[in-house]
Write a protein that binds this ligand. Structure first.
Ligand code: NAI
Length: 331
């Protein structure tokens, strides 16, 4: 019986086991061992004896880790997520390791959180929640702006960006977008514009493109200066699309009505750990949380029941196809 390791960067979570175990009977050739070790160059030796390793967004799957995996005869890396910016795919290719991802498991899961963050930041929902719990019904300082008839600028109109376009249109917003490729499904209601035009016209800007070498820090001081005042900025894609120091400068300048972040730079040392009794390893998260118009979540756009089961299903299919030498659309 083929065996693959379920090697998670931040400890096997109950929700992962639950969704994979719910359907594992349909894949009798696959054995899963759940471990709590982080995946990196040192822990990769523990994959010895497994055909495949399954990892998540915050695993370190650079050349060093891949070399150790290859030495231990691991042939397949199964990402149980859509993004793969943490995988050195060139190194994997050279080492003969197959990398598979789970694209588009539930675009709406992420897009709905993006709109949730926009609303929470704009309408100060988290601040109000805390005030009301403290019997403080004073609404001073919590004023928001309407989204109706405003302009939503969507950067990246693949699966998640398209879902966000539909949500924004549902709110009665004018939707403009920037992408190198136009999504034909959106042509009835989305106007494609240049990045500069999007930055200057949008009242809500939401990032939905993958992180690449080219767009690293695409939201920097130059981009922020092109935005108009009182803009709402949301990032559910990858933290390094935004230059954090520049974002903080922009927040201090009063540029933003609200900022909603599900992802942020250097989040790998924070997310999925409980740091409530200690200092945060990543200082930029604490700095961002100082501001009343910033709302942050814990890289949980993917975290809905529907998405978890879709991830488990596709990951197991990816594992089976890879073991049987079948190329599928997720390589
Ligand atoms: P997708 O591949 O369907 O769409 C990405 C789109 O971005 C494509 O249309 C592509 O042409 C466009 N694009 C690429 N580079 C661009 C650039 N520099 N400027 C503008 N557009 C650009 O990907 P999908 O499924 O929509 O996911 C998007 C991203 O969302 C993922 O790469 C991942 O980083 C993030 N994500 C976050 C999750 C979370 O839990 N917060 C969960 C899943 C994905």
């Amino acid at each position: 019986m083929a065996k693959w390791s379920y090697h998670q960067a931040v400890g096997s979570k109950g929700f992962d086991k639950e969704s994979f175990n719910a359907i594992i009977d349909r894949y009798p050739d696959i054995d899963i061992d759940y471990t709590s070790h982080e995946l990196g160059p040192r822990s990769a030796t523990m994959a010895n004896g497994y055909d495949a390793i399954c990892a998540f967004v915050n695993a370190n799957i650079g050349a060093k880790t891949l070399t150790v995996l290859a030495k231990n005869n691991v042939k397949i890396v199964l990402m149980r997520c859509a993004g793969y910016n943490n995988v050195d795919t060139e190194a994997a290719k050279k080492l003969g390791i197959i990398v598979k991802i789970v694209p588009g498991y539930s675009p709406e899961a992420v897009a709905e959180l993006a709109m949730g963050l926009a609303l929470a930041a704009n309408r100060r929902i988290c601040k109000t929640y805390n005030r009301v719990r403290d019997n403080n019904f004073d609404i001073d300082g919590l004023c928001g702006v309407n989204l109706f008839q405003k302009t939503a600028g969507i950067i990246g109109t693949g699966k998640i960006g398209a879902a966000m376009c539909r949500i924004c249109a549902g709110f009665g917003m004018k939707v403009i977008a920037y992408d190198m490729y136009k999504n034909p499904a959106l042509e009835q209601f989305v106007e494609y514009v240049s990045l500069d035009e999007l930055l200057s016209r949008s009242d809500l800007i939401s990032l939905h493109c993958p992180l690449t070498e080219e767009n690293y820090h695409m939201i920097n001081m130059d981009a922020i200066n092109k935005m108009h005042d009182d803009v709402i900025l949301v990032n559910t894609s990858r933290g390094a699309l935004i230059n954090t120091s520049d974002l903080i400068k922009g927040i201090k300048m009063g540029k933003f009505q609200g900022v909603g972040l599900d992802v942020y730079e250097e989040e790998d040392r924070d997310i999925y750990y409980d740091h409530s009794s200690s200092l945060l390893p990543n200082p930029s998260a604490s700095r961002l949380m100082d501001y009343p118009n910033v709302v942050m979540t814990a890289h949980q756009g993917f975290y809905t029941k529907e998405a978890l089961y879709a991830i488990a299903e596709t990951t197991l299919r990816n594992a089976q196809d890879a073991m049987n030498g079948i190329q599928n659309e997720n390589n």
